[in-house]
Design a protein around this ligand. Structure first.
Ligand code: DWN
Length: 392
């Protein structure tokens, strides 16, 4: 049974950055549910993939050094531990991961053709289609099987999870390995990062819920890693049940116990989360308004999908956060979705006359603070809302 625990109000598409502000930008009600049987957390309104993942999708995973390092490290591990002859990435974006493999070793699947173009140009075979059974069958026809499938921050964006895993089951070789990486529900609840919810994130996985989903396809998690990216993610290592080559690691039991102990299987935990989210909104608005009363200038750093959730839920406009800065080419000179807050191209001097910087990309706090030593030295302050609205 699906039970609602959070309502984040009307939210625009998180990656639809318009060239001009219009009150008419379409918004959708964002309600979050917990399924008491499957333990899966999901959003209510499902927007068709074709509306969200278009040929103008702006998000680029290689815009951050942290992500590039993480993908580099993982690719070394994949080569050493699993030695795949051929691997496939579902949601290859601009190639931040596959570019660590040679063009004969890795295939990409990326429905946003503007991004697929980038990896194609580098010589990687990239299917610019949505991930489904037809595509899996097509790839099977072209390459027979693949022995490793990887997907980061993508499967949770696809509505029909049965189709997702049926398609993986179809293409993966008998002893093949599937690696999935997504924000951890446990970390989201612990850190009160309600901004992990937006229309693209249809699901937020936990070990408890993912186990239930993949069980139907005779797949099982045999190892798990907590990683720091995207505010705390889980990397799940999955195999077919019949594959005896890999033993079930104790990391899995440890993670499951942590999730159970924290209450991820109980609805009451999510009601508590709701209360914390409401408190966070009040506290953030108090903090920003106090700063504004002192006539200080606040700008946003990192025009993230997460920031869109915060701005629209807390109703923060350009009178509070004057503008955002970002390095992503396709976000520049556009507006934050749903708000009259412009995004300017990042340059070294952009923080010179700024007093406070709201971290839209709080997940890259360390990377950004390192880059902005001068701002900190001259007394500039960062504001974060994670885990609680605060000046750091
Ligand atoms: O799942 C998703 C995640 C992985 O990426 C997508 N559905 C959408 C997107 O979500 P996001 O926009 O919240 O992701 P990030 O990775 O937190 O976005 C970081 C943003 O900050 C990018 O626009 C790049 C920008 N940035 C910057 O301007 N200067 C980042 C760094 C590190 C910087 O130094």
């Amino acid at each position: 049974m699906n039970k609602k625990f959070l309502d984040l109000g009307l939210q625009p598409l998180a990656n639809e950055y318009p060239t001009y502000y219009s009150k008419k930008q379409i918004k959708y009600r964002l309600k979050i549910y917990f399924n008491t049987k499957t333990k899966l957390v999901s959003i209510s309104k499902r927007i068709p993939s074709k509306k969200m993942f278009t040929n103008k999708y702006p998000y680029r995973s290689s815009m951050s050094q942290t992500m590039k390092n993480s993908f580099k490290e993982l690719s070394n591990e994949i080569k050493k531990r699993f030695k795949p002859k051929l691997m496939l990435e579902i949601g290859s974006n601009d190639g931040a991961l596959i570019s660590n493999f040679n063009t004969k070793q890795a295939l990409g699947v990326e429905p946003c053709s503007n991004l697929a173009k980038i990896t194609k140009k580098k010589g990687y075979i990239t299917y610019d289609n949505y991930w489904d059974l037809n595509l899996a069958k097509k790839i099977k026809k072209d390459f027979k099987n693949v022995d490793l499938i990887y997907s980061a921050n993508t499967l949770t964006h696809i509505n029909d999870l049965n189709n997702v895993f049926r398609s993986i089951d179809n293409l993966l070789s008998k002893n093949g390995i599937l690696i999935i990486e997504d924000p951890s529900l446990l970390e989201c609840i612990k850190k009160n990062s309600y901004d992990q919810f937006y229309n693209e994130h249809i699901y937020l996985f936990s070990t408890l819920s993912l186990k239930n989903i993949i069980n139907k396809f005779d797949l099982e998690i045999f190892d798990i890693k907590n990683i720091k990216t995207h505010g705390g993610s889980l990397r799940y290592y999955i195999k077919r049940k019949g594959n005896k080559k890999f033993r079930i690691s104790k990391n899995l039991i440890v993670q499951e116990n942590k999730e159970k102990k924290y209450g991820l299987a109980k609805f009451s935990t999510y009601l508590k989360f709701n209360k914390n989210v409401v408190k966070s909104k009040t506290k953030l608005l108090d903090l920003l308004n106090k700063i504004k009363k002192k006539n200080k200038k606040i700008i946003g750093y990192g025009a993230t999908a997460k920031a869109t959730t915060v701005l629209n839920f807390c109703n923060i406009d350009h009178k509070i956060i004057n503008y955002f800065t970002d390095i992503t080419p396709d976000k520049i000179n556009r507006y934050m979705p749903g708000k009259k807050i412009k995004i300017y191209k990042y340059n070294k001097n952009i923080l010179k006359k700024v007093d406070f910087v709201f971290l839209g990309a709080w997940n890259f706090k360390d990377e950004i603070c390192k880059k902005e030593k001068d701002f900190i030295k001259r007394g500039g302050k960062f504001i974060t809302h994670i885990p609680l609205p605060n000046i750091i």
